[in-house]
Design a protein around this ligand. Sequence first.
Ligand SMILES: *Cc1c(COP(=O)(O)O)cnc(C)c1O
Length: 421
Amino acid sequence: MATTAYPMQTTPRIDPLDPPHRLLMAPGPTNVDPRVLAAMSKPTVGQFDPYMFKAMDEVQTMLRSIFKTNNTQTMVVDGTSRSAIEAAFVSTIAPGDPVLVCCAGRFGMLLKEIAERCDAEVHVIERPWGEVFPLEQIEQAIIEVKPKLVATVQGDTSTTMCQPLEGLGDICHKYGALLYTDATASMVGNDLRVDEWGIDIATTGMQKCFGGPSGMAPITVSDRAVDVMEQRKSIEAGVADGAQEITTNRIRSNYFDLPQIFDYWGPRHLNHHTEATHMLYAMHEAARIIVEEGIDNVIARHRLNGMAMSAAIEGMGLKLYGDQSHRMNDVIGVVIPNGVDDAAIRAQLLNDFSVEIASSFGPLKGTIWRIGVMGCNARKDAVLTCAAALGNVLERNGVAVTPGKGIEAALAVYEAFESGN
Ligand SMILES: *Cc1c(COP(=O)(O)O)cnc(C)c1O
C-alpha cells in the first residue's frame, strides 16, 4: 500500500514569521499600539477565572464611556467588525421584518446584503457615493416603509464621508423603528454619542481608530433593542436552567445570538463561546489608552492629524475628494491625477518606503486614494512621513506635484494648533 507524503514531510523547514515593518496609512488595519501588543503576551487564564470576569467587567465599563452610553449591554463580539454587524442584525431581525438601509457606499451595500441574508424585507435608499443623507430623506422613507430597523453607516470608509446622526434616533423612535449604525471606521476618530443621539445599536471594530488588532468587535445595545431581541431568546439546551428557557422561535444563529452573549457577559456568566482571552487583553489595553487620553481628546487628535494630512495633500498640488465638511476626521480621500497608475504608485510606496495607503471600491476604484490617520498613527511624524513619501513617489513618476509645499502646509497646521490659533 502506498503511503501518502503530507506536505510537512516534503517541506521540513518553515522559517519563523518575520513580517516587514510597515507604516499602515490605509483606512484599516492600522499599526497596533505597542502597549496593546504587549498586553496580548500576558498569561492565559481560564474562561471562568475570576480574573477573566474582572477583565471583562473593566472592558464593559471602559467601552460604555467610549460609546458615550449607559447601556448595560455593552461588550464585544469575537470576530472582525462585521461579526458585530451580523450579530446585531440576526438578533434584531426576524424573517420578513421590514428593514430600511441607507446606502451611499460599499459599507451601506454590506448592510443591505447582511439584512437580505437575515431574510428581512429590505428597502434601500441611496445617495451617490461621496454624499451623506439629509435626515428628511431618511424620515420620508421611514414613513413609507415603517421599518423595524433603520440601518446606517456613520463613516462609510469607501467614500470617506461621515453621516450626521444627531436627531435621527428621535425620528426613528417616533415611528417605532430602532436605529443601527456601523461606526467601525469612524468611532474614536469622530464624535459618536450613542445615548444623546438615540442610537439603539452601534458596532465597531478594533483595527481602526481603536489601534488594536483586527478580530474583536465592540457593540452596544439599548434597552429598547434588548427587549426586541429577547422576544426570541432561547438558551442552549446544555446550559439552560430548565425547559422553560428553551423556545422554538429562536434567533437564527447560535454564535451571533446576542441575548446568549449578554448572559455570558452578565452576572449569570452563562457559558456560550470561549471568550477570546488574548484579544480581550488587547481590547482592555486599547480601551485603557483611549480612556487615559480622554475620548474627546482622542477625537480631537484624529481631527488635527486628518487636517494636517489634507493640508499636505492640497499643499503638494493634489485635489481632495468629496465634501470636506462631511469628511471623516480620520480618512482622507485624494483624487488620483489623470493618467497616474494607481497600483504602480502604491506598490512603490510600499516597496521603497514601507508605507501603505489604499485605493477604493466600486465607482471610486482607481479614482481616489484613501489615507487613514487612525489610532496611534494619528500623530505628526506618521502624517509627515506618509505625505513626504507619497510626494516623492509621485514626483519620481513625473506627476507635477510640490512635495515640499505639502510638508510646509502640514507643519503650518500643527504650528497653528500649538500656538492655539
Ligand atoms: C473596515 C470596515 C468594516 C470592516 O469589517 P471587518 O469585518 O473588520 O473587515 C465594516 N464597516 C466599515 C464602515 C468599515 O470601515
